[in-house]
Design a protein around this ligand. Structure first.
Ligand code: GSH
Length: 215
């Protein structure tokens, strides 16, 4: 839901990457948030005034929050989407951190570096590198499936309601499509779970209205 001045305010670039899970959490919870998107030119001027010199940041009535996962967790907790017990919170965290690790430790340095940022040349063993990324997702998804089954979940990862882990995992996989176009169906579990997630009316509405971006 689009917000106005006075609502929580997310400051990020006009890309999905580290901001999208938070945007989606607000949309699914039906809560208002000002989605401030800056260009890289605007950012150059703003950078020195930001606490860590990086984005995203979230401004709330309690204060300013830095670091994308801290932001997503804070928002999910506020909306009751991060687990009801310390163990459930840990299950959500395990999925979130595992998915982010695939992106940070493998996909970004080994694939996006040449495919998107052009900071290194395309590797000669490109197919092998891409296959390895796919296998990292299979491993991450097998863990998510095991954890989900361990608490008897049938609909979403940890219960009948969409939670932080669902949102973060889906956004991480969506971001991974450039390198692994079939990531949403790399395991039977991934296919079934992502279909249920995408069929949720709030998710559908959000996805239909969000700005285009390949990142
Ligand atoms: N660990 C931080 C990393 C933040 C980060 O790398 N942000 C990038 C965009 S995704 C950024 O601000 N780049 C511009 C800059 O460093 O000047 C987080 O998760 O929020």
């Amino acid at each position: 839901m689009a917000g106005k001045k006075g609502d929580d305010s997310l400051l990020y670039f006009g890309i999905r990457a580290r901001g999208e899970a938070t945007r989606m959490l607000y949309a699914i919870a039906g809560k208002k948030m000002e989605d401030k998107r800056v260009t890289f030119e605007q950012w150059a001027e703003m950078k020195p005034s930001q606490p860590l010199g990086q984005l995203p940041t979230l401004t709330t009535s309690d204060g300013l929050i830095c670091c994308s996962n801290v932001i997503a967790r804070h928002v999910a907790k506020k909306f009751g989407m991060a687990g009801k017990t310390p163990w459930e919170e840990t299950l959500h965290d395990m999925v979130l951190e595992t998915a982010q690790d695939v992106m940070n430790s493998y996909a970004v340095p080994h694939i996006y570096a040449w495919m998107v940022f052009k900071s290194v040349p395309e590797p000669e063993n490109k197919d092998e590198v891409l296959e390895k990324a796919k296998q990292r997702w299979v491993t991450a998804l097998n863990l998510a499936e095991k954890l989900s089954k361990s608490c008897g979940s049938k609909k979403f990862l940890f219960g009948n309601e969409i939670g932080l882990a669902d949102v973060w995992l889906w956004c991480g996989m969506d971001f991974a499509k450039l390198a692994t176009p079939d990531v949403m169906s790399v395991t039977p579990f991934a296919k079934q779970w992502s279909a249920k997630f995408e069929a949720d009316p709030r998710v559908k509405k959000y996805l239909a209205g969000r700005p285009d971006s390949n990142l």
